[in-house]
Design a protein around this ligand. Structure first.
Ligand code: ATP
Length: 208
């Protein structure tokens, strides 16, 4: 699972998903837009628009799936609840992984039921350029004893571990920068898949 606001999806998300798929030998990466992200303000476009852009961005990429499950629930989108539905779908033996960037990881101790995340899945933290702050104390305590050194060790169990990964093509692209550029009418070429850029421009999304 690679959850996010995807406001909008960009090549940093998509390339990370492809490289995660490869690095961990995953069957699938479920990219799951949050209907209502609990720890940030309202997204700039609707959940349905973000899901539609995600679908366009993924296109026919092998191994990546745009998964609408958080749009089908009422209220805030808590990852523990989402992982519980994936666990239910795939059974107790499946290796489930929740991937997130280092910036999102830094706030993990503030998430709802962070311990439950580890009871349901492994966590994989992706390095992200410009995001290398030290871990807060509560987070260090939460992950104590969970870290493993390689993907093989992680994937030997169905859940409970933590792996930090430096993926080959780390991209310094953020949705915030993409939105700023769009609002100012500046180019976003090569930050987004072409089909996503076309839809945003033709529908006039993210214009000031
Ligand atoms: P914003 O700038 O609006 O905060 P964002 O670009 O960080 O957005 P999110 O939708 O919040 O995008 O991110 C979803 C997940 O993808 C998070 O775990 C985030 O850390 C990760 N992520 C986002 N951009 C990248 C990137 N360029 N490389 C690796 N991981 C990324």
């Amino acid at each position: 699972m690679l959850g996010g606001t995807f406001d909008p999806v960009h090549l940093g998300h998509l390339r990370s998903a492809v490289e995660l798929h490869e690095a961990l030998g995953l069957d699938r990466v479920h990219m799951i837009p949050a209907a209502q992200p609990p720890l940030r303000g309202e997204p700039h476009i609707t959940p349905e628009e973000r899901l539609a852009l995600l679908r366009l961005g993924i296109g026919d990429t092998p191994g990546l799936v745009a998964d609408p499950r958080e749009l089908e629930r009422e209220g805030p989108s808590y990852s523990a609840d989402t992982l519980a539905t994936l666990r239910r779908d795939h059974g107790p033996e499946a290796r489930l992984v929740m991937a997130l960037g280092h910036d999102a990881f830094l706030r993990l101790a503030e998430w709802r039921e962070p311990e439950r995340l580890f009871a349901l899945a492994h966590l994989v933290v992706m390095d992200r350029p410009d995001h290398d702050a030290a871990l807060p104390e509560a987070l260090a305590a939460l992950i104590d004893g969970r870290e493993v050194d390689d993907a093989e060790t992680l994937m030997a169990a169905p859940c409970g571990g933590l792996l930090r990964l430096r993926l080959p093509s780390r991209m310094a692209i953020s949705a915030t920068e993409v939105r700023h550029r769009l609002a100012e009418g500046r180019s976003v070429r090569y930050l987004l898949p072409e089909a996503v850029e076309e839809r945003i421009l033709s529908a006039g999304l993210y214009r000031r």
